[in-house]
Design a protein around this ligand. Structure first.
Ligand code: HEM
Length: 131
């Protein structure tokens, strides 16, 4: 069945996938995102997504979403951005964030795709050190 196939794809995706509601509250998180941020699904579902980022974005993320909803002007949706994530242990890591807006059963949700860049960044820094 189609929904089961889709679920298997999401559960096994290499990239992290998180969905939030219109107020930034996490509704779903896949295993790849759980291991990147070091949380179990139970620990983050129902929490605001801003807990997964350090300041200054943490204190502004609700406003980012509100501004988008009022102006319709996207800053990440359909564009993508390199941002910093905050793990449960307090460490941070860079990732490529892609966000899309999805109309789902009469309401708007947002899906975030999280592509870890920490290995790539480390390699770049080592190359710089050699130069
Ligand atoms: C907007 C950072 C995760 C959904 C933004 C903006 C920043 C940001 C900087 C606005 C940029 C600007 O106004 O110039 C982050 C960081 C994250 C994160 C650091 C690390 C965890 C997520 C996730 C989702 C998400 C996982 C969705 C599941 C949105 C939405 C907007 C937004 C809907 C407003 C639309 C837009 O500006 O295009 N975020 N974000 N964010 N973010 Fe996040």
């Amino acid at each position: 069945e189609n929904a089961a196939l889709l679920n298997a794809i999401i559960q096994n995706a290499i990239d992290g996938i998180i969905t939030i509601d219109g107020r930034g509250v996490i509704e779903t998180i896949n295993p790849a995102a759980c291991s990147l941020f070091q949380y179990s699904p139970e620990e983050v579902i129902g929490k605001n997504v801003f807990y997964l980022m350090p300041p200054p974005d943490r204190g502004q993320h609700d406003e980012y979403i509100r501004r988008y909803q009022h102006t319709g002007v996207p800053h990440i949706i359909g564009i993508g951005r390199e941002v910093i994530g905050l793990r449960k242990d307090g460490s941070t890591f860079p990732f490529r964030l892609a966000v899309s807006e999805v109309a789902f059963s009469g309401r708007k949700i947002y899906t975030g795709f999280i592509h870890d860049l920490s290995k790539q960044k480390e390699a770049e820094e080592q190359l710089r050190d050699y130069a």
